[in-house]
Design a protein around this ligand. Structure first.
Ligand code: PMP
Length: 423
């Protein structure tokens, strides 16, 4: 049996979780009402990006039509209003993650930029020849390449926690990898390619026993489960707004204040300074030290609207519903002889990667598209995962709370049509 939960309270299994009415929440999402290729859209590409509820679209539209100005440097009404909205958005993100202080919330473009920021600042200042960073074998490229780049520059080594045939971390291999050379563990919370939910709390506890800080890539977790950074005790946490029903181009890097204070700035420019002269420049405090230039103001405000919308729903019921979708889809897809599910961890989020005998995943995606079904086909920016399973690519269906059992039926039916074309 799959469950949505791992190191948190097993909310998905809680009998108190009220039934979730996916049909009702679908009404909040204008994009889901459309037809594509003459068929009602069945959107199963949520791990790549989620659609936006009307409240997010309206919030961004209102900001540009009535509240817009640049932030932080103006004395006029609109500049103060925009600044208040932007800083309110930071507090919303702080509450959402239960960060201790609002200064611990840095607005970035998304998870990719958050990890690059940590690699280029924390990594650049802490790493030396022979030092090590630890990641896992199921990382997104965004949590591999920034570390490869800084390790190459500093003569450090990237080490990899191995996975088994289910796509689960081999945890026993992890602790022996930690040593005084280890400067950071950077680990994905939920794998986008396989759906595996990593036991991040346990990983953090182990790493901390050895005095090693941990970054959690939460790009695929915050939209499925409550995340409390104090309870996890992670040192950094990264998320992307567009995957949690918010706008593109905005995300959050959470970092413990003491660590952020200690890190040099990432980019130089306006807003990240207190004073500049040709003799001496004094940097601003966190989080502004890491937010050079005009930020994505509308994005931050739209993200806050998305986080509030998500929080207004019953997250336990969402988790139970998504888990039902996962279990139902797993049963239906397993019944198709030619189909192989890639990623069979005990604890999975609502993501199913699969291959279909000799049919290339791009052909699966193209034929499903003719039925109005949106799935993703490719390596999902996780080529080491594909290498582990000895395949070039998979097709991936990923479910949101707005998906229904009927969407799963349509997917299974669509896959049968793919097989008919190829047999
Ligand atoms: N990590 C994971 C696990 C992801 O799924 C993604 C996006 N697919 C990223 C990082 C990168 O996120 P973004 O492209 O929004 O920066």
């Amino acid at each position: 049996m799959s469950t949505m939960w791992n190191d948190k309270a097993p909310v998905a299994a809680a009998p108190s979780a009220a039934a979730f009415d996916a049909w009702r929440v679908r009404a909040d999402f204008p994009a889901l009402r459309q037809t594509v290729r003459g068929r009602p859209l069945i959107y199963l590409d949520n791990a790549a990006s989620t659609h936006k509820p009307k409240v997010v679209i309206d919030t961004v539209a209102r900001f540009y039509s009535e509240e817009y100005s640049n932030v932080h440097r103006g004395v006029h009404y609109l500049s103060q209003l925009a600044t208040d909205l932007y800083e309110d958005a930071r507090r919303t993100a702080q509450q959402f993650l239960n960060a201790r202080r609002e200064e611990e919330i840095v607005f970035v473009r998304g998870t990719t930029e958050a990890i690059n920021l940590v690699a280029q600042t924390f990594g650049r200042s802490k790493l030396g020849p022979g030092d090590e960073i630890i990641v896992s074998a199921i990382e997104h490229h965004a949590n591999i390449v920034p570390w490869q780049m800084i390790c190459r520059e500093k003569g450090a080594t990237l080490r990899v926690i191995p996975i088994d045939e289910h796509g689960e971390l081999i945890l026993d291999a992890f602790e022996p990898m930690l040593s005084e050379r280890t400067k950071l563990v950077s680990i994905v919370h939920v794998s986008n390619a396989l759906g595996t939910v990593n036991p991040v709390k346990e990983i953090i506890e182990i790493a901390h026993r050895h005095g090693v800080p941990v970054l959690v890539d939460g790009a695929q977790s915050v939209q499925h489960m409550p995340v409390d950074v104090q309870e996890l005790d992670c040192d950094f946490f990264a998320l992307s707004g567009h995957k949690i029903y918010g706008p593109t181009g905005i995300g959050v890097l959470y970092g413990k204040k003491a660590l952020l204070d200690d890190m040099p700035p990432y980019q130089g420019g306006g807003d990240m300074i207190l004073s500049v002269s040709f003799e001496r420049t004094v940097y601003n405090d966190v989080p502004f030290k890491f937010e050079a230039g005009t930020p994505n103001i509308a994005g931050a405000i739209g993200l806050a609207a998305a986080l509030k919308y998500f929080r207004s729903l019953d997250i336990a019921a969402i988790a139970a519903h998504e888990n039902e979708l996962l279990e139902y889809a797993t049963r239906k897809l397993e019944a198709i002889d030619a189909l192989r599910i890639i990623g069979t961890a005990t604890h999975k989020a609502s993501v199913i990667s699969f291959t279909l005998c000799a049919v290339h995943p791009h052909d699966i995606g193209t034929i499903l598209d003719q039925h109005g079904i949106a799935v993703r086909a490719g390596h999902h920016c996780a080529q080491p995962v594909m290498q582990h399973f000895g395949i070039p690519a998979t097709a991936r269906a990923s479910f949101s709370f707005y998906n229904t059992m009927e969407d799963v039926d349509a997917l299974a039916h669509g896959i049968e049509s793919v097989l008919e074309v190829f047999t």
